[in-house]
Write a protein that binds this ligand. Sequence first.
Ligand SMILES: Nc1nc2c(ncn2[C@@H]2O[C@H](COP(=O)(O)OP(=O)(O)O)[C@@H](O)[C@H]2O)c(=O)[nH]1
Ligand SMILES: [Mg+2]
Length: 430
Amino acid sequence: MDQAIVACSTPPGRGAISVVRISGKEVKSIINKLFSLEFDHGTSKVAKTSLSDGFNEKCLISCFEGPSSYTGEDVAEISCHGNPLIVRALIQKCIELGARNANPGEFTQRAFLNNKIDLAQSEAVIDLINASSNAAMVAASKSVSGNFGENVDKILESLRKIRILVESSIDFSDQDTNIDFMQINDLFKDFRRLLEDFDERIEEGIRIMSEHRVVVAGPPNVGKSSIMNILSGEEASIVTEIKGTTRDPIYKKIQIKDLQVDIYDTAGINDETIDEIEKLGIDKSRSLIEGADLVLEVVDAENKDFSLKKNENILKVFNKSDIFIPPKEFEGVVISALEKKNIGALEEKIYELLSGGGSDALFSARERHRNLVKKTFLEIDSCPDPIDMENVDIAAEHLRLADIFLGDIKSPMSADEFLGEIFSAFCIGK
Ligand SMILES: Nc1nc2c(ncn2[C@@H]2O[C@H](COP(=O)(O)OP(=O)(O)O)[C@@H](O)[C@H]2O)c(=O)[nH]1
Ligand SMILES: [Mg+2]
């Protein structure tokens, strides 16, 4: 693990600056040879290095001596001009001086292996990078600072209290000790309640981190593509008066307040079409509608009775209000894409429906955590109820397994392969 690793930690491409990061045993000597500079913890220094014939690059070098660094090893962050050629040359120099290319997530993996952070915190680092709303950033940063782990500890502590009593009742069963099974069963109920509460929190932690997919759907020619273009602020989709213009779904990332939204324009639903290509487009529309977090069901006066027959995650939009009046009973947002009328209200409603009116997430979470909690539930639900002298050894075994599953959330006992899988979801340089 000691060999230094190197990678560019900023996104690829050109920009004002890029940051190359190195971590490991050879960092001090690499910095020394590259910049004729003493590696000095907690300092940032400007120095030049020769990257190619006649080309000297001026860099800012920040030094963090292990264990007081992100990875727990010696780390240097070298800021250079944001040109991929400079970045490549700098990385090449580091490799010549003893480093190797870092794998995705390897800096964070080293932080984990050096006990700087637990596994749940490592996962939260990815969550923080990927967060697509303010609430998600808040939740992920709480997890990075250990809120999630503290919750796991609290539950584990409660489980271990029961385990100590249960195990000692087995060890001392032949002696005349007073085992209070009433206390064990009460503690067991408290533990279950804690776990239920944690499970709900995990659910919210997963929900807050999920991406938001909005699909614009409805019959042909009602103005779906026009709405897509207004919401994305670009001419993303072709708009014509010809039915069946949009075939393949068009996708854009848009920002509504603090929320990042993936929006899809789709082919109009037209069950009467005999055009084979249009039919394929409609199939794609239907599957996107299925997987959407929110569907904008767009209609106009000529299609006012159209319905996708979907009850959940639907926002009805009546378009072309510049030339038509919506039916009295219409429940939804009334807009005119052509005249850009009421678009603010449409965005407001999309935001409200997607953000669910805010979040009280205590931390960010993911499926891996939910699955481990599920397995824990299976064990504790297999425990005899109530636990007594006759069945206490069966209870002990289930509680032992529950302990393993819960413990796996923060520090899995399993193999490198599994860790590799988790860290490979990172970007290179993190
Ligand atoms: N009057 C009026 N026409 C519109 C409005 N929105 C779209 N259109 C027109 O309706 C036609 C179909 O629009 P388009 O966005 O391609 O609809 P799509 O087939 O549902 O994607 C085009 O001629 C648009 O100019 C609107 O708000 N008012
Ligand atoms: Mg269209």
